[in-house]
Design a protein around this ligand. Structure first.
Ligand code: BGC
Length: 272
Protein backbone atom coordinates (compact mmCIF):
# COMPACT_ATOMS: atom_id res chain seq x y z
CA UNK A 1 0.00 0.00 0.00
CA UNK A 2 1.37 3.44 -0.82
CA UNK A 3 1.10 5.86 2.06
CA UNK A 4 -1.90 7.96 1.16
CA UNK A 5 -3.51 10.98 2.74
CA UNK A 6 -6.87 9.21 2.63
CA UNK A 7 -8.86 11.12 5.21
CA UNK A 8 -7.80 14.70 4.67
CA UNK A 9 -9.56 14.93 1.34
CA UNK A 10 -8.16 17.77 -0.82
CA UNK A 11 -6.30 19.92 1.71
CA UNK A 12 -3.41 21.80 0.09
CA UNK A 13 -4.35 20.74 -3.46
CA UNK A 14 -4.58 23.13 -6.40
CA UNK A 15 -7.48 22.64 -8.79
CA UNK A 16 -8.57 24.14 -12.09
CA UNK A 17 -12.23 23.88 -13.10
CA UNK A 18 -13.17 24.97 -16.62
CA UNK A 19 -16.54 26.59 -17.22
CA UNK A 20 -16.82 27.18 -13.47
CA UNK A 21 -18.88 30.38 -13.52
CA UNK A 22 -22.20 28.49 -13.63
CA UNK A 23 -23.98 25.15 -13.53
CA UNK A 24 -22.12 21.92 -12.82
CA UNK A 25 -18.69 23.61 -13.02
CA UNK A 26 -19.62 26.06 -10.29
CA UNK A 27 -21.00 23.25 -8.11
CA UNK A 28 -17.79 21.26 -8.53
CA UNK A 29 -15.54 24.27 -7.83
CA UNK A 30 -17.36 24.93 -4.55
CA UNK A 31 -17.27 21.25 -3.54
CA UNK A 32 -13.50 21.06 -4.18
CA UNK A 33 -12.97 24.24 -2.14
CA UNK A 34 -15.07 22.81 0.70
CA UNK A 35 -12.81 19.76 0.63
CA UNK A 36 -9.76 22.01 1.01
CA UNK A 37 -8.57 22.89 -2.51
CA UNK A 38 -7.57 26.28 -3.90
CA UNK A 39 -9.36 26.71 -7.24
CA UNK A 40 -8.81 28.54 -10.53
CA UNK A 41 -12.24 29.39 -11.93
CA UNK A 42 -12.09 29.37 -15.72
CA UNK A 43 -14.86 31.21 -17.53
CA UNK A 44 -15.56 32.26 -21.10
CA UNK A 45 -18.40 34.74 -20.55
CA UNK A 46 -19.92 36.42 -17.49
CA UNK A 47 -16.97 37.72 -15.43
CA UNK A 48 -19.39 38.88 -12.72
CA UNK A 49 -20.61 35.33 -12.10
CA UNK A 50 -17.00 34.09 -12.04
CA UNK A 51 -16.08 36.78 -9.49
CA UNK A 52 -18.98 35.63 -7.29
CA UNK A 53 -17.70 32.06 -7.31
CA UNK A 54 -14.22 33.33 -6.36
CA UNK A 55 -15.77 35.28 -3.49
CA UNK A 56 -17.59 32.18 -2.23
CA UNK A 57 -14.37 30.16 -2.41
CA UNK A 58 -12.51 32.80 -0.45
CA UNK A 59 -15.37 32.79 2.07
CA UNK A 60 -14.49 29.14 2.66
CA UNK A 61 -10.92 30.19 3.49
CA UNK A 62 -9.35 28.99 0.20
CA UNK A 63 -7.72 30.83 -2.65
CA UNK A 64 -9.87 31.49 -5.68
CA UNK A 65 -8.74 32.97 -8.97
CA UNK A 66 -10.87 33.77 -12.02
CA UNK A 67 -9.34 33.42 -15.49
CA UNK A 68 -11.03 34.05 -18.82
CA UNK A 69 -10.11 31.65 -21.61
CA UNK A 70 -11.76 29.87 -24.51
CA UNK A 71 -10.68 26.27 -23.86
CA UNK A 72 -10.76 25.50 -27.59
CA UNK A 73 -7.94 28.00 -28.28
CA UNK A 74 -4.44 26.66 -27.68
CA UNK A 75 -2.84 30.04 -26.90
CA UNK A 76 -5.55 30.86 -24.36
CA UNK A 77 -5.19 27.48 -22.64
CA UNK A 78 -1.40 27.93 -22.45
CA UNK A 79 -1.87 31.40 -20.92
CA UNK A 80 -4.32 29.96 -18.37
CA UNK A 81 -1.86 27.25 -17.30
CA UNK A 82 0.90 29.89 -17.01
CA UNK A 83 -1.35 31.86 -14.65
CA UNK A 84 -2.21 28.68 -12.69
CA UNK A 85 1.47 27.83 -12.13
CA UNK A 86 2.46 31.40 -11.39
CA UNK A 87 -0.38 32.17 -8.98
CA UNK A 88 -1.08 28.79 -7.36
CA UNK A 89 2.32 27.13 -7.88
CA UNK A 90 1.18 23.92 -9.59
CA UNK A 91 -1.92 21.89 -10.50
CA UNK A 92 -3.07 18.70 -8.74
CA UNK A 93 -6.62 18.42 -10.12
CA UNK A 94 -8.03 19.40 -13.52
CA UNK A 95 -11.79 19.31 -13.97
CA UNK A 96 -12.52 19.44 -17.69
CA UNK A 97 -16.05 20.77 -17.43
CA UNK A 98 -16.55 23.54 -20.03
CA UNK A 99 -19.16 22.40 -22.51
CA UNK A 100 -22.11 23.59 -24.53
CA UNK A 101 -25.00 22.48 -26.71
CA UNK A 102 -25.94 23.82 -30.16
CA UNK A 103 -28.98 21.72 -30.98
CA UNK A 104 -30.52 21.24 -34.41
CA UNK A 105 -32.31 18.55 -36.44
CA UNK A 106 -29.52 16.63 -38.14
CA UNK A 107 -30.42 17.65 -41.69
CA UNK A 108 -30.33 21.31 -40.63
CA UNK A 109 -27.19 21.20 -38.51
CA UNK A 110 -24.59 23.64 -39.81
CA UNK A 111 -20.87 22.95 -39.94
CA UNK A 112 -20.47 25.90 -37.59
CA UNK A 113 -22.75 24.25 -34.99
CA UNK A 114 -20.86 20.99 -35.41
CA UNK A 115 -17.45 22.64 -34.94
CA UNK A 116 -18.51 24.88 -32.07
CA UNK A 117 -19.60 21.88 -30.00
CA UNK A 118 -16.70 19.58 -30.94
CA UNK A 119 -14.16 22.40 -30.44
CA UNK A 120 -15.31 23.24 -26.92
CA UNK A 121 -16.48 19.87 -25.60
CA UNK A 122 -13.72 17.66 -27.06
CA UNK A 123 -10.75 19.72 -28.29
CA UNK A 124 -11.02 21.92 -25.18
CA UNK A 125 -10.73 18.84 -22.95
CA UNK A 126 -7.75 17.61 -24.99
CA UNK A 127 -5.87 20.92 -24.72
CA UNK A 128 -6.40 21.29 -20.97
CA UNK A 129 -5.63 17.62 -20.22
CA UNK A 130 -2.38 17.82 -22.19
CA UNK A 131 -1.15 20.85 -20.24
CA UNK A 132 -2.16 19.25 -16.93
CA UNK A 133 -0.32 16.01 -17.78
CA UNK A 134 2.81 17.99 -18.69
CA UNK A 135 2.83 19.59 -15.22
CA UNK A 136 1.93 16.34 -13.41
CA UNK A 137 4.85 14.57 -15.12
CA UNK A 138 7.27 17.42 -14.47
CA UNK A 139 6.38 17.54 -10.77
CA UNK A 140 5.63 13.88 -9.99
CA UNK A 141 4.10 12.60 -6.76
CA UNK A 142 4.29 14.79 -3.66
CA UNK A 143 3.27 12.30 -0.95
CA UNK A 144 2.21 14.91 1.61
CA UNK A 145 -0.30 16.24 -0.93
CA UNK A 146 -1.64 13.13 -2.68
CA UNK A 147 -0.52 9.63 -3.57
CA UNK A 148 -1.19 10.41 -7.26
CA UNK A 149 0.92 12.75 -9.38
CA UNK A 150 -2.31 14.32 -10.61
CA UNK A 151 -5.98 13.74 -11.27
CA UNK A 152 -8.12 14.65 -14.27
CA UNK A 153 -11.92 14.55 -14.18
CA UNK A 154 -13.58 14.81 -17.58
CA UNK A 155 -17.19 15.91 -17.34
CA UNK A 156 -18.95 13.82 -19.93
CA UNK A 157 -22.67 12.93 -20.08
CA UNK A 158 -25.07 10.00 -20.16
CA UNK A 159 -25.02 10.86 -23.88
CA UNK A 160 -21.58 9.30 -24.25
CA UNK A 161 -23.71 6.12 -24.15
CA UNK A 162 -27.32 7.10 -24.94
CA UNK A 163 -27.87 8.27 -28.53
CA UNK A 164 -29.63 11.65 -28.67
CA UNK A 165 -31.66 12.72 -31.69
CA UNK A 166 -31.45 16.43 -32.40
CA UNK A 167 -28.14 16.64 -30.55
CA UNK A 168 -25.81 14.69 -32.86
CA UNK A 169 -22.87 17.08 -32.37
CA UNK A 170 -23.21 16.95 -28.57
CA UNK A 171 -23.52 13.14 -28.36
CA UNK A 172 -20.55 12.75 -30.74
CA UNK A 173 -18.46 15.07 -28.56
CA UNK A 174 -19.26 13.11 -25.40
CA UNK A 175 -18.65 9.75 -27.08
CA UNK A 176 -15.26 11.21 -28.03
CA UNK A 177 -14.60 12.29 -24.45
CA UNK A 178 -15.20 8.71 -23.26
CA UNK A 179 -12.50 7.10 -25.40
CA UNK A 180 -10.15 10.07 -25.11
CA UNK A 181 -10.39 9.79 -21.31
CA UNK A 182 -9.81 6.01 -21.32
CA UNK A 183 -6.90 6.24 -23.76
CA UNK A 184 -5.17 8.99 -21.78
CA UNK A 185 -5.79 7.01 -18.58
CA UNK A 186 -4.15 3.92 -20.09
CA UNK A 187 -1.15 5.95 -21.25
CA UNK A 188 -0.43 7.93 -18.10
CA UNK A 189 -1.29 5.42 -15.36
CA UNK A 190 2.39 4.34 -14.98
CA UNK A 191 3.18 7.98 -14.11
CA UNK A 192 0.59 7.70 -11.28
CA UNK A 193 -1.83 10.03 -13.02
CA UNK A 194 -5.52 9.16 -12.68
CA UNK A 195 -7.99 10.10 -15.40
CA UNK A 196 -11.72 9.50 -14.98
CA UNK A 197 -15.06 10.86 -16.16
CA UNK A 198 -18.20 11.89 -14.39
CA UNK A 199 -21.18 11.43 -16.69
CA UNK A 200 -24.17 13.35 -15.39
CA UNK A 201 -27.78 12.75 -16.40
CA UNK A 202 -30.33 15.56 -16.10
CA UNK A 203 -28.95 18.07 -13.62
CA UNK A 204 -30.84 21.32 -12.89
CA UNK A 205 -28.68 23.92 -14.71
CA UNK A 206 -29.16 26.62 -17.36
CA UNK A 207 -28.15 24.20 -20.18
CA UNK A 208 -31.43 22.24 -19.90
CA UNK A 209 -33.95 24.75 -18.48
CA UNK A 210 -36.54 23.60 -21.04
CA UNK A 211 -36.47 20.10 -19.54
CA UNK A 212 -37.43 21.11 -15.97
CA UNK A 213 -38.85 24.63 -15.79
CA UNK A 214 -42.56 23.78 -16.30
CA UNK A 215 -44.52 21.08 -14.42
CA UNK A 216 -45.31 19.30 -17.73
CA UNK A 217 -41.68 19.24 -18.83
CA UNK A 218 -40.58 18.05 -15.39
CA UNK A 219 -43.14 15.20 -15.34
CA UNK A 220 -42.00 14.09 -18.78
CA UNK A 221 -38.33 14.27 -17.70
CA UNK A 222 -39.10 12.03 -14.70
CA UNK A 223 -40.20 9.21 -17.02
CA UNK A 224 -36.51 8.98 -17.99
CA UNK A 225 -35.23 8.91 -14.38
CA UNK A 226 -35.96 5.80 -12.27
CA UNK A 227 -34.88 7.65 -9.10
CA UNK A 228 -37.72 10.13 -9.80
CA UNK A 229 -35.95 13.42 -9.20
CA UNK A 230 -33.77 15.77 -11.20
CA UNK A 231 -30.12 15.95 -10.15
CA UNK A 232 -28.67 19.01 -8.43
CA UNK A 233 -25.18 20.40 -9.01
CA UNK A 234 -24.24 19.43 -5.44
CA UNK A 235 -24.91 15.76 -6.38
CA UNK A 236 -22.13 16.05 -8.96
CA UNK A 237 -19.89 18.24 -6.76
CA UNK A 238 -19.75 15.67 -3.95
CA UNK A 239 -18.82 12.89 -6.39
CA UNK A 240 -16.11 15.06 -7.98
CA UNK A 241 -14.52 15.86 -4.61
CA UNK A 242 -14.46 12.15 -3.76
CA UNK A 243 -13.18 10.97 -7.16
CA UNK A 244 -10.35 13.55 -7.05
CA UNK A 245 -9.35 12.51 -3.55
CA UNK A 246 -7.03 9.72 -2.43
CA UNK A 247 -10.13 7.81 -1.23
CA UNK A 248 -10.52 6.95 -4.93
CA UNK A 249 -6.81 6.30 -5.52
CA UNK A 250 -7.27 2.92 -7.23
CA UNK A 251 -9.82 4.23 -9.75
CA UNK A 252 -8.64 5.24 -13.19
CA UNK A 253 -10.14 5.08 -16.69
CA UNK A 254 -13.66 4.90 -15.27
CA UNK A 255 -16.80 6.75 -16.30
CA UNK A 256 -19.10 7.24 -13.33
CA UNK A 257 -22.76 7.88 -14.21
CA UNK A 258 -24.40 10.31 -11.81
CA UNK A 259 -27.84 10.07 -13.32
CA UNK A 260 -30.53 8.71 -10.97
CA UNK A 261 -30.60 5.58 -13.13
CA UNK A 262 -31.12 7.26 -16.52
CA UNK A 263 -28.70 4.77 -18.10
CA UNK A 264 -30.79 1.81 -16.81
CA UNK A 265 -33.06 1.96 -19.89
CA UNK A 266 -36.19 2.78 -17.81
CA UNK A 267 -38.49 1.98 -20.78
CA UNK A 268 -37.67 -1.70 -20.16
CA UNK A 269 -39.07 -1.59 -16.59
CA UNK A 270 -42.45 -2.38 -18.11
CA UNK A 271 -41.62 -3.28 -21.71
CA UNK A 272 -39.37 -5.63 -23.62
C1 BGC B 1 -27.36 17.51 -21.32
C2 BGC B 1 -28.69 17.97 -20.74
C3 BGC B 1 -29.63 16.79 -20.61
C4 BGC B 1 -28.98 15.61 -19.93
C5 BGC B 1 -29.85 14.36 -19.91
C6 BGC B 1 -26.84 16.38 -20.49
O1 BGC B 1 -25.59 15.97 -20.92
O2 BGC B 1 -26.46 18.61 -21.36
O3 BGC B 1 -29.25 18.97 -21.58
O4 BGC B 1 -30.77 17.18 -19.85
O5 BGC B 1 -27.76 15.30 -20.55
O6 BGC B 1 -30.45 14.09 -21.15
Amino acid sequence: MPSCKVHESLKGQKAMVTGANSGIGRGIALALAEAGADVLINFYSDPTAAAEVVEQIEGLGRRGLAFQADVSKEDEVLAMFDAMLKELGTIDILVNNAGLQQDAPFHEMTLRQWHRVLDTNLTGQFLCAREAVREFKRRGVVPEISCAAGKILCISSVHELIPWAGHVNYAASKGGVMLMMKSIAQEVAPARIRVNSISPGAIRTPINTDAWSTPEAYESLLTLIPYRRIGEVADVGRVAAWLASDDADYITGHSLYVDGGMTLYPGFATGG
